[in-house]
Design a protein around this ligand. Structure first.
Ligand SMILES: Cc1cc2nc3c(=O)[nH]c(=O)nc-3n(C[C@H](O)[C@H](O)[C@H](O)COP(=O)(O)OP(=O)(O)OC[C@H]3O[C@@H](n4cnc5c(N)ncnc54)[C@H](O)[C@@H]3O)c2cc1C
Ligand code: SF4
Ligand code: SF4
Ligand code: SF4
Length: 541
């Protein structure tokens, strides 16, 4: 479709001239890989689904999106959207709000009750998935669509993993999560709750499984040695967040100190505020620049009244106070103790120092390589033991929901190939649609839409969702901001600008082709294509 923010030229008027044989290069149409698609850990075809969305074809957009990622309403809320950090539009004005359009499509699917197409034709193969977090659910979805019988064994009482027992409700409402999980299970995926796998080989043998995908996450809280009086209340962040899902909310007191600098520390401090703490202070040993938590989350926490004590470590904890030592950065930028101490009032101290993986289900499995507390996997996501694959937080990678979902998809494709005695070969990577390939003159300015945010008072006192979704008008506008990098959007410019009428229009959705009997190889179409979907290649002599 033609873009409202792109200029289109009128068709050329020159008389068609049959070309001679002197052309040295010729134009070819191609689809390049946009940087957003390349950066999405779930491997979404973002340019493709935005293209549907901008024509108002929301269901087609959702169907294309969910070919890669079965949890768009969840991802539209919790993904840290590396796609937007790579978006070419950021060099023009600001990145396309990919994440907010993804959320709009996910919510629209829930509202309208869209379902996935049924499972694939049965292959007769049976696959065990251990863990119903994002990685396990994603693998289950893709394997079921490939026709395999899938059974998930989940240790907990409900599916979702850290999406449910870590990420707070004010960022991910549970009805959204429940709906998207249920839709995966409707593909015929079996879910066995309260079923912890203690020995993977035994479980596989007993159940007659042909392969297994392990996605047990990282749930063991890391501890720090803090000398503590008997009255000191020291808790783990994951345990605190987990208990938020139960009937009995954690008793943190009026003054809560959180120790750590990651997103989990931020989530606990914001949760403590909502539970009624007058003071929630994060104690972190480095500076803001070195804090692993995402900047926007730090900002939101500060707005809600969370305090952060930079360059500080906890030395001791007693009944109602802690002792903090100030740190100073050395020449290499590492924090060093100063010997200066301070006392802070604290009814409880919550440790948010990261999580380790419980690998006990792998005890005695031959061929595995365990390093730095995680399982090593090959490029096909298979561990050193044939038929046992793994992904998500338990393998070496960035720990995010999107990476976990991407691992599930990748593993499913490799498991499918492995079961058939094949090797899954990724489609050849297209050439990159880098910013220099665009002709940005053709696009007009269109500033990004901001998502509405809940008012501060309600943010501080309730677990209502903080960030709201876009309405249809804004979602449409945002989708139309996409420059369609490297992929023809049928603006007709090449057709209009060619001095020799060498471009043949094939009709809506069918794009164009060159009539090489007329093309003189001038390359004007290449330089006037807004999105870099044509290139010149040398003529073979
Ligand atoms: C507080 C917090 C906030 C976060 N916020 C975000 C965010 O906003 N955005 C983001 O992208 N990422 C976020 N993350 C990270 C993200 O949640 C994880 O990277 C992701 O959930 C990992 O997925 P997974 O499937 O590997 O494991 P998990 O989600 O941990 O799921 C593993 C599942 O396996 C089950 N299990 C474990 N052992 C066994 C066993 N032996 N047998 C059977 N079942 C077992 C567990 O009960 C669990 O359900 C956050 C993490 C935390 C802790
Ligand atoms: S999953 Fe994340 S990275 Fe992928 S398109 Fe959605 S927001 Fe972007
Ligand atoms: S402008 Fe569109 S295609 Fe290009 S990087 Fe951004 S979202 Fe992707
Ligand atoms: S290939 Fe032609 S029609 Fe397609 S975007 Fe480029 S100039 Fe427009």
């Amino acid at each position: 479709m033609r873009k409202p923010f792109a200029i289109t030229l009128d068709p050329g008027s020159s008389l068609a001239n049959h070309t001679g044989t002197w052309r040295t290069s010729r134009p070819v149409y191609l689809d390049r890989l946009p940087p957003c698609n390349h950066a999405c850990p779930a491997g979404e075809n973002i340019q493709g689904w935005l293209n549907h969305a901008e024509s108002g074809e929301y269901e087609a957009a959702w169907r294309l999106l969910t070919e890669d990622n079965p949890l768009p309403a969840v991802m539209g809320r919790v993904c840290y959207h590396p796609c937007e950090s790579s978006c070419n539009r950021a060099s023009l004005d600001s990145a396309v709000g990919i994440n907010s359009v993804e959320r709009f499509l996910g919510d629209e699917a829930i509202r309208r009750g869209w379902r996935f197409d049924g499972p694939g034709f049965p292959t007769g193969k049976k696959i065990l998935i251990v863990g119903a977090g994002p990685s396990g659910l994603s693998a289950a979805y893709h394997l079921a669509r490939l026709g395999h019988a899938v059974e998930i064994h989940e240790a907990g009482p409900v599916a979702g993993g850290m999406m449910r027992f870590g990420i707070p409700k004010y960022r991910l409402p549970r009805n959204v999560l429940d709906f998207e999980i249920e839709r995966i299970l409707q593909l015929g995926v079996g879910l066995d709750l309260n079923r912890k796998v203690a020995n993977i080989q035994q479980t596989m043998k007993q159940g007659g499984f042909d392969a297994a995908f392990l996605a047990v996450g990282a749930h063991i809280a890391k501890r720090a040695y803090i000398p503590a009086g008997s009255a000191a209340k020291i808790l783990d962040a994951v345990a605190v967040l987990r208990s938020m899902e139960g009937e009995d909310k954690p008793l943190l007191g009026r003054r809560v100190v959180v120790y750590g600098g990651g997103n989990t520390a931020i989530d606990v401090a914001r949760t403590a505020k909502r539970l009624g703490a007058e003071e929630a202070i994060i104690v972190y040993r480095r500076t803001r620049e070195r804090m692993p938590a995402h900047d926007f989350e730090v900002e939101e926490a500060l707005q809600e009244g969370v305090l952060i004590k930079w360059l500080s470590t906890i030395k001791q904890a007693d009944g109602a106070s802690i002792t903090v030592e100030k740190m100073a950065l050395d020449a290499k930028g590492f924090p060093q103790p100063t010997g200066e101490f301070e006392t802070l009032a604290a009814d409880s101290v919550v440790l948010a120092l990261g999580q380790d993986v419980d690998l006990s289900l792998l005890d005695g499995v031959p061929g595995l390589e365990l390093k730095d507390g995680v399982v090593q996997v090959g490029a096909n996501m298979m561990t050193g033991h044939a038929g046992i694959f793994a992904g998500g937080d338990m393998v070496p990678a960035e720990r995010t929901v999107t990476v976990a979902i991407g691992h599930g998809k990748k593993a499913a494709r490799h498991i499918d190939a492995w079961l058939k005695g094949n090797v899954f070969a990724k489609e050849r990577n297209n050439e990159a649609a880098t910013y220099d390939k665009l002709n940005t003159w053709y696009y007009s300015d269109a500033p990004k839409t901001l998502q509405p945010v809940l008012d501060l008072v309600r943010r501080q006192s309730t677990f209502d969702e903080v960030t709201k979704g876009l309405d249809e008008n804004n979602a449409l506008y945002e989708a139309r901001r996409c420059l369609s990098c490297g992929n023809c959007f049928e603006c007709d410019n090449c057709y209009g600008v060619c001095p020799d009428n060498a471009v043949i229009k094939l009709g809506p959705g069918k794009r164009f082709q060159f009539n090489l009997d007329y093309c003189k190889g001038c390359g004007i179409c290449v330089s006037e294509c807004p999105c870099g979907a044509i290139k010149m290649v040398p003529e073979e002599i």
